[in-house]
Structure formats: C-alpha cells, structure tokens
Design a protein around this ligand. Structure first.
Ligand SMILES: *Cc1c(COP(=O)(O)O)cnc(C)c1O
Length: 348
C-alpha cells in the first residue's frame, strides 16, 4: 500500500476549489415518468439527436461496470482516450511547475499533452528488453512529479510490462500511475483492473478504438477510485460523449461475442504474419507482441517503407524512436490484407 498517497495534495488547487458547470440535464434527476423537457433550449422536433446526450453516460457506464466488475462511480468516459489523458493532465498538473514521467519509446500523445499543458516531460528510456527501468524512474521523481505514464502493452514495442516492475512503481511513487491499456484485449496478461482496489494511486485507461473496432466513434474510458473519478468528472466538458457514440458503443458492448471472435482471428493472423516474416532475409528481428501489431526490425526501414507505399500499403516507420532503429510497425489487417502485405514483401 502507498502510505503517503494524499489526493488533496495532488490535485491542482484551482481544480479542488472550482465548481463544475451544471448542465440542465445534470440538475434534473429522472424518476422514470415521461416528462416535458423545456429546460435546455433544444429544438423540440424529434430527429433522433435533437436532445442533449446524457452527460454522465449512465447506460454505457452500467454495461462497462458490470463487465469490468466495478461501480459506475469508478468510471469516467471521454471523447477517445486522448481526451481522458488530457483531463488527467489538467486535473493534476500545474503548468510550468509540475512534471510527469514517460517511458519512450511509447505512445506519442503523452508528450504532446505535456507540451500543450506546459508540463515538463521527464523521459526515462525503456531498457533494452523494453521493460521499465524502475530504479531510474524512481530517481527522477521529485515533489513536483504528479504522474507516471505506463503503456502496457506498449505502443510501438508491443510488449507488456512485467507485473513486478509495475507493482514496484505503484508502491514507491505517491503520485498517480496511469496505465494505458489500449491493447489489453489482445494481451495474454491480466488487466490491472483486477488490482484497482489495492492501489489508491492507480488509474487505468482503455478505449473502444482497437479491439472493439470503433475508432471512429471516439470513446475512451478511465477507471480509478471514486475520489479520482470525481475530480475528473468535475472538469470534463458537460456533454463530452455524444449521443451517436453512446448508442454505437452500447450496441457493440452488448455483443462481446463478436469482439472476442474478431480478436481471436486477429491474434491468429498476427502469428501467421510472424511465421512468414521470420523467413524473409531482410527481417532481422520480430519483437514479442501482446497487441494487434508487430514491431519488426529490417535491414533498411526507410527504403522498405517507401517501397511498400509505392505498392499501396501504408505501415508505420518507427525508426526515429529510441531503441527502434530500422523498425516498421505492421498493424494486423484482415487475412486478405495480410496476404497482400506478405506477397508484396516477398517481391521486394
Ligand atoms: C491507439 C491508442 C490509444 C487510443 O486512443 P483513442 O483516443 O481512444 O483512440 C490510446 N493509447 C495508446 C497507447 C494507443 O496506441
């Protein structure tokens, strides 16, 4: 347990003090009766979206709460994880004063959001095996360090961080530890959600953009203690998740079988790609993956990237990132797309 964790000291003082905007639909509590809504200056003629959406996304949260084994008060939803991550920055980091720690090579948005919010980003490069360098991370912490971002499974390396490393960070740091689990549904490792109650400083983010196949609707989720969620709720835009998104998300979440089947096929295809790629002479190394992509070291990544583009296939060139010289990141596509990729690569 993290004895020194003190949420009131961690939150930005202005956020602690402020009163949130109270929307028309926040003030009205339903008792199930059919009501006439003359409170929010909406156009009264029904077209499916003429009313403001539920600001608390009650239905979506109920499904998520039951699937994840949490209470709805432990969930915050946002316009993609990107909004959720931004809210975490704004709730806890004072511009020009506080700092966060990130572990490159990793997801680019932590750095962008740190820059946007004028928060110092202290980078601690992963070890050669792509695991966190826990001693160096803890050495970088000072009184102004508010958040450590851990992306597990990590993008672009694909691996999960070891449970012992993450646990050491959680136990020895009294700021927030945000674990970005965008790829958790592809992983053989268990989600940190199972241990949420153990750590008052643990914040987990997930998304419907990857395994759930809904990148277009923009729905990200954040799971943490009720106290942390209360703070983020206070600063979120009142109607940050639109009606169409809430409806589409419900339809998908209520059919977990479909998602499971697709994930299974993607994982099969990932291993098919690995097998075939490993036989190609220009492939130097294929890194282990707990996600729906493979990071592959090749002989000349820039050249291979350009050649693939010319053949009509777009992959991600990650060569400019630390520890990722000459690497390409291949997202697993449909069986047909993967065959196309392999055919083209064979002919290069
Ligand atoms: C793709 C991805 C996300 C998803 O962000 P959304 O805004 O929810 O689409 C979050 N974190 C990581 C590490 C990702 O790779």
């Amino acid at each position: 347990m993290n004895r020194d964790f003190n949420l009131e000291r961690l939150v930005r003082p202005n956020v602690l003090k402020m009163k949130p905007y109270s929307s028309a639909r926040d003030e009205y509590k339903t008792d199930g009766r059919k009501m006439t809504f003359l409170d929010a200056n909406e156009n009264p003629f029904d077209n499916g979206v003429n009313r403001y959406p539920d600001p608390q996304q009650g239905k979506v949260k109920e499904v998520l709460a039951s699937q994840k084994g949490l209470s709805t008060a432990q969930i915050l939803l946002g316009n993609g994880s990107d909004e959720v991550l931004d809210l975490i920055f704004r709730g806890f980091c004072r511009p020009q004063i506080d700092n966060v720690i990130t572990l490159p090579p990793t997801y680019g948005m932590y750095k962008v959001l740190a820059g946007l919010n004028e928060v110092e980003d202290r980078e601690v490069v992963l070890k050669q095996d792509f695991q966190p360098d826990v001693d160096s991370i803890l050495q970088k912490v000072d009184d102004q360090t508010k958040i450590i971002f851990l992306c597990s499974p990590n993008n672009p390396t694909g691996n999960s961080f070891s449970e012992t490393s993450v646990e050491r960070i959680l136990k020895n740091f009294n700021g927030l530890v945000v674990i970005d689990e965008a790829y958790i549904d592809f992983s053989a490792e268990r989600s940190w959600l199972e241990r949420l109650q153990e750590f008052p400083n643990l914040v987990i983010t997930q998304t419907l953009s990857k395994a759930y196949g809904q990148a277009g609707i923009r729905l990200g989720s954040c799971y943490a203690s009720e106290e942390i969620i209360k703070i983020l709720n206070k600063i979120k835009p009142p109607y940050n998740v639109n009606e169409l998104t809430q409806k589409k998300a419900m339809a998908r979440l209520e059919n977990p079988g479909v998602v499971e089947k697709e994930v299974e096929l993607i994982l099969q295809e990932r291993e098919k790609l690995r097998t075939h790629l490993s036989k190609m002479t220009f492939v130097k190394e294929i890194f282990p993956s707990d996600a729906n992509f493979l990071l592959v070291r090749v002989d000349d990544a820039n050249k291979k990237y350009e050649e693939l583009l010319r053949a009509g296939v777009v992959v991600r060139n990650r060569s400019s990132q630390e520890l990722c010289e000459n690497t390409l990141r291949f997202t697993v596509g449909t069986p047909e797309e993967n065959n196309q990729l392999l055919e083209i690569l064979k002919q290069l």
